[in-house]
Design a protein around this ligand. Structure first.
Ligand code: CO
Ligand code: CO
Length: 355
């Protein structure tokens, strides 16, 4: 039914790489009026993953919306990826998704069967998340887009924020990196079938199990790694926390083929924009091979959770995440060197690392 239709050909940028750049976005958001409400626990000021609003002593509502252009050609898979990505922002706040609404844009000339497959992929992920899909909104547009608005619940004392990491914390990432680069290779028909299968598995995996496992441990700060790349999301965490953090690129798990394709220059445009954005946060240090910077700035679609965890708990958390068979590879990406600094800083360290 997908005959001759390549969904990714409709969009210049696919998935989270289609996001508007962080610099452009913050410039626009600054000019919006500030909203205050004593029950609003997390608003947009700290660039967190979702808004959180307290409704009782033990329940806060998480509200989020995420949608994007096709990142894969198969409509069912696209639906799964977009839904897993949208649900992830609820997990990144420490919550449980409860209610989801579809948001969809679809060209009138394409077969409604394709739309049906996209929505079926999304519905299956909402079901897997244990939430309910209750409707949505659709409009006709030349470029297909799909995603969800998700409402979740969290205990007000157990919200994961993207700030609050402390000196000595270890940074853990729950999915392997490189989805933007591997998707670029797929689009250029240069990716191996194994790399293509792996990137699809990474993008369609819910962050549900990772979050549920993490909740047994102390998490000082958490966000999901998406369009701004690992360094972009690390820089948000570092600046919101006033922390100086070290990233060890060689310790991180990458999707197979990602390094090779990065070396071949199969880099999505968003990676360069992300690099410009993070450069002011980087401490001059070792000279880093371009390939590593491209991997660290690669916009991720439906990436993993990035968590700051006390050193004393990090090893057991990593082991338990591995045992929990969350479907993806978990790795240590670095440590928090100092907290309480005036500004966020990042250091890249190319040694093999201690872990
Ligand atoms: Co997010
Ligand atoms: Co998001």
């Amino acid at each position: 039914m997908n005959d001759g239709i390549h969904l990714t050909q409709f969009a210049k940028h696919g998935g989270c790489a289609a996001k508007i750049g962080p610099d452009t976005l913050s410039g626009v958001l600054e000019r919006l009026p500030k909203f205050t409400d004593p029950s609003l626990l997390v608003g947009f000021e700290t660039s967190d993953d979702a808004a959180v609003y307290q409704i009782s002593d033990d329940v806060a509502v998480i509200q989020t919306l995420d949608f994007f252009t096709p990142v894969v050609d198969d409509p069912y898979t696209f639906g799964q990826v977009a839904a897993a990505n949208a649900l992830s922002d609820v997990y990144a706040m420490g919550g449980e998704p409860k209610i989801a609404l579809n948001i969809v844009e679809f060209p009138g000339e394409l077969s409604p069967d394709i739309l049906g497959e996209i929505l079926r992929g999304g519905a299956d992920k909402v079901h897997e998340a244990g939430a309910v899909l209750v409707g949505g909104h659709s409009i006709q547009d030349d470029v297909p887009k799909y995603g969800l608005s998700v409402t979740g619940f969290v205990h007000p004392d157990k919200i994961y924020k993207n700030y609050g990491c402390q000196a000595g914390d270890v940074l853990i990432l729950t999915k392997q990196l490189g989805s933007g680069i591997v998707n670029t290779a797929v689009k250029a028909q240069m990716a191996s079938p194994e790399a293509e299968r792996e990137v699809i598995r990474v993008m369609t995996t819910l962050n549900k199990k990772a979050k549920e496992t993490a909740q047994k441990y102390t998490v000082h700060a958490c966000t999901d790694v998406t369009g701004f790349g690992l360094l972009g999301h690390c820089s948000e965490m570092a600046s919101a926390s006033g922390a100086r953090i070290v990233i060890r690129p060689k310790n991180i798990a990458y999707i197979q083929g990602a390094k090779e394709y990065a070396r071949m220059g199969l880099i999505p445009g968003g990676a360069y924009r992300n690099r410009d954005h993070v450069e002011p946060f980087l401490e001059a240090g070792q000279v880093i091979d371009e390939m590593w910077l491209d991997l660290l700035c690669d916009p991720q679609t439906s990436g993993g959770l990035l968590m700051a965890v006390p050193e004393s708990e990090a090893d057991s958390m990593l082991r338990e995440l591995a045992r929990a068979e969350i479907g993806t590879e978990v790795s240590f990406v670095g440590e928090v060197l100092e907290s309480g600094c005036e500004k966020g800083r990042m250091v890249l360290e190319m040694g093999e690392g201690d872990r």
